[in-house]
Ligand binder design. Structure first.
Ligand code: AHR
Length: 817
């Protein structure tokens, strides 16, 4: 039934386009605008046209010319009863209801029904008072049946622009649907070739030496339960039903904790807390000694034989008090290690000890055995491995951090992503809440539906950058929350009240002080020094905003922040944002706005199908030089099944070759998201999957690693001697040649997305004809999710290095002088 309907729509679409282009062109035509109500009103605005108001042709048909941007992704983005209004200057407004409950209307503005500017949302009464709306009419349409909407008489050219846009969208969608998995059929009979790759050493081009970075966001349990090495879950008793939007009855302040023991009781209390920012604590009453308060960790606690674990808590004895034995125990309760702690003080006091694990266990738990009868308050109960990345206290899981280090990232973006701008104003990430003693940090809910302890806060982030030899690139909200926020009511991107902007801007200036200032002169730099880092962190970049809608609310606040930073912190490069897609209203307005302000860099985001990456290997060739540059801050090739496998990875590799070629205008890139804990993913694909004991890099990870480990700072043009008529073959063979000035090495990257092997003779510049050659080859089945590069040596014969690129492969050839 659905296939028949689809077929009907496709045939009709073709007929509409053909007939519209073939017909004698009337000077004027009628446009009928309507929405069908299908898909819970999420399909947006459709059009039909007619020369005589008798015979109607649906455009597309059911092509969505504009959709609502209002509200969250799940239940919102609805457009009800759209009305098209013509304006005196020849442009148009579309006004629409956003849902049945709120007295809010959206306004979408367009010069031609194809290009749109970002939408505005205002109280319905105000919107209705702005327009004089004629009666709606009903029209019988060939496919959609009877629909109600507006009719406008327009010039033929208006219709033509719309028809061309629909045709272009159809071409794009066919390109996007292209899959390497279908190529064996598409290139049936294709023979292997021997190709020469010529390198033009006379046309060197300086490129960015910051190209490959990483995007860290606390999504998929990337921080708590992931990179942040704390083993106790809900150590501060601050979990809250709101973390999961009140959808999980078990998720509350007592989550992950249990108390056993005769007559033993516990509850979460707030009276006389450890710190106002951390109001909850566990209040435990025991009639007899021997009660056990236990934590399950994040999917259990993994410990290793012989390793040391710092165990600690803050305790306040309310009645009685005494010793507490902290034990790591296995699934059966058998002891793996123990240490003594104290809970005697009448005021909050920290007690700490070290447990040595006698054996390895992947599913242990922490038990605190109370050696007394009475009542005690406990908070910030922690079990932290001493074995962290670079041995940092309160540091990172070493195996995961090493996987990040192996990417050789030049920068680390943090804290997101959507976590940066948050779910409503209250949830915007505030850096000041994430530094200082752990018990004084302000935990928050996580927009991805869990909890942020903020134990991995700004200090730990800057320390991580230092340990990875990478530049910090913090992303600060542009004083507007995520455009998909559920929290906060109408106006979704309401923005901080203007009277709070001075304080907000001061916070950003304070961040620069904290990171770069002199502790003798600056309060914030002293806080950094007191935390253990007297030397400046040397912060150079700050991103303002994360793929926000480029609304007036956004622009007003962004400009205030930008101008203040330029004036007060001129050493900082400010990165702007141009919306969540590679095209469309926010992309266009974002770029216009960035150029008007003269921004140095803007952050682009796009998650597209592999076909898009194959067919857009000239995307940045077309970008103007000499102005605002690009930080491609989030991207990934998304297959329909959202796996990270060789097929997606090869399209990313080919695209990155084109990015390297354009690294005079693309300054930085970061694949997103980075980390995902198995069983806790909100987003796929990711770069590295992990459990408590495993690190599972994806095929895409190795593409990133090969680019990061083989980055250069000078680009040399290269070309295959292909028949120029073979455009589809050319799109499946990519190359990039760079020089790394620090080592003097020449690096050749080759991608073969064809279903057959190809031999490539790389004609090396003369000074490399006696060098040592190392090849790294990533290949396999297109669906492989665990392909890894294999490294080998190669020879140079008569000035050329000849290699065979297997079908579906990515090779990096590194040649020393
Ligand atoms: O990378 C996952 C999410 O994708 C980011 O949080 C957000 O910025 C984007 O929509």
């Amino acid at each position: 039934m659905r296939t028949t309907r689809l077929f009907q729509i496709v045939v009709f679409a073709l007929l509409t386009l053909v007939s519209a282009h073939a017909q004698p062109r009337p000077e004027k035509v009628y446009l009928f605008s309507y929405s069908t109500g299908e898909n819970r009103d999420k399909n947006g605005l459709h059009f039909a046209w007619s020369a005589d108001q008798q015979t109607w042709h649906e455009i597309g048909p059911l092509y969505s010319f504009v959709k609502s941007d209002y509200g969250d992704w799940g239940s919102q983005k609805r457009m009800l009863n759209p009305r098209v209004v013509s304006l005196p200057d020849g442009s148009w407004d579309v006004i629409f209801e956003v849902n049945e409950k709120e007295a809010v209307m959206g306004i979408a503005h367009t010069p031609n029904f194809v290009n749109w500017i970002p939408q505005e949302y205002l109280p319905s009464a105000k919107v209705l008072s702005m327009y004089n709306l004629p009666e709606r009419v009903s029209v019988e349409l060939p496919i959609s049946g009877k629909q109600t909407g507006d009719i406008h008489c327009v010039e033929w050219n208006v219709l033509k622009t719309m028809l061309d846009a629909v045709q272009m969208a159809a071409t794009r969608s066919a390109e996007n649907a292209e899959r390497l998995a279908d190529d064996a059929g598409r290139f049936r009979g294709l023979k292997s070739q021997t190709l020469t790759l010529s390198i033009d050493a006379d046309k060197p081009k300086q490129i960015s030496n910051m190209l490959m970075g990483i995007f860290f966001e606390d999504i998929n349990y990337a921080a708590d339960g992931g990179l942040y090495a704390e083993l106790v879950q809900n150590r501060d008793f601050e979990y809250h039903p709101r973390d999961k939007r009140h959808r999980d009855s078990k998720w509350n302040s007592s989550y992950a904790w249990t108390l056993t023991g005769e007559g033993a009781q516990w509850f979460v209390d707030q009276m006389d807390p450890l710190h106002a920012n951390n109001p909850n604590y566990a209040r435990i009453r025991v009639a007899r000694k021997g009660a056990r308060f236990a934590n399950d960790g994040f999917d259990g606690i993994a410990v290793k034989a012989g390793e040391k674990y710092d165990v600690s808590f803050f305790a306040r004895a309310i009645n009685g008090g005494g010793t507490v034995t902290a034990r790591i125990v296995d699934e059966n309760g058998a002891e793996i290690g123990k240490a003594g702690l104290s809970a005697r003080s009448r005021s909050w006091k920290k007690s700490a000890a070290v447990i040595v694990a006698s054996r390895t266990c992947d599913n242990a738990r922490l038990e605190l055995e109370l050696g007394f009868a009475g009542e005690v308050a406990l908070d910030m109960i922690s079990l932290f491995p001493q074995n962290t990345f670079k041995g940092r206290k309160n540091g990172l899981r070493p195996d995961l951090a090493q996987a990040l280090a192996d990417l050789k990232p030049r920068f680390v973006r943090f804290p997101g992503g959507c976590v940066a701008h948050g779910d409503g104003l209250e949830n915007m990430y505030r850096w000041k809440n994430t530094i200082g003693p752990l018990e004084q940090r302000v935990p928050n809910w996580n927009i991805w539906g869990y909890h942020q302890s903020l134990g991995l806060g700004y200090y730990e982030y800057f320390q991580m950058c230092e340990d990875l030899d990478a530049e910090p690139v913090p992303i600060i909200p542009a004083a507007v929350p995520c455009q998909n926020s559920v929290v906060g009511g109408y106006g979704q991107q309401g923005g901080l009240p203007l009277e709070e902007m001075d304080e907000y801007i001061q916070d950003i200036v304070d961040l620069v002080e904290w990171a770069n200032g002199d502790p003798k002169k600056s309060k914030w730099a002293k806080i950094r020094a007191d935390a253990g880092h007297p030397e400046p962190f040397n912060l150079k970049y700050i991103g303002i905003g994360n793929e926000d809608l480029i609304t007036k609310v956004f622009e007003e606040r962004f400009e205030m922040i930008y101008k203040a930073l330029k004036e007060r912190c001129p050493e900082i490069t400010v990165i702007g944002t141009v919306g969540p897609f590679y095209q469309g209203a926010d992309y266009e307005e974002g770029w216009r706005f960035a150029q008007e302000l003269g921004l140095e860099l803007v952050d682009e985001h796009y998650y597209n199908p592999p076909g898009w990456f194959i067919n857009n290997q000239d995307f940045y060739d077309k970008y103007p030089r000499g102005g605002t540059k690009v930080y491609l801050g989030e991207y990934a090739s998304h297959l329909p099944n959202r796996s990270n496998c060789l097929e997606s990875a090869l399209t990313e590799a080919a695209y990155l070759c084109h990015v390297e070629r354009n690294a005079d205008v693309v300054e930085m890139t970061s694949y997103a998201p980075l980390l995902a804990k198995k069983g806790h993913t909100q987003w796929n694909p990711d770069l590295i999957y992990f459990t408590n004991t495993t690190v599972e890099p994806t095929t895409g990870y190795y593409v990133q690693a090969l680019f990061g480990q083989n980055a250069g700072d000078v680009y040399l043009p290269s070309a295959f001697d292909l028949d120029p008529r073979d455009a589809s073959i050319a799109r499946r063979l990519a190359s990039s040649v760079v020089l790394d000035s620090s080592s003097g090495d020449l690096i050749v990257k080759l991608v073969n997305m064809l279903p057959v092997d190809n031999t490539v003779e790389v004609a090396l510049p003369s000074e490399y004809s006696r060098g040592n050659v190392t090849k790294s080859l990533l290949t396999g089945e297109l669906s492989d999710t665990a392909a890894q590069p294999v490294v080998s040596k190669a020879n140079v014969v008569s000035g050329a290095c000849t290699v065979t690129l297997p079908a579906y492969s990515f090779m990096v050839i590194r040649v020393s002088k």
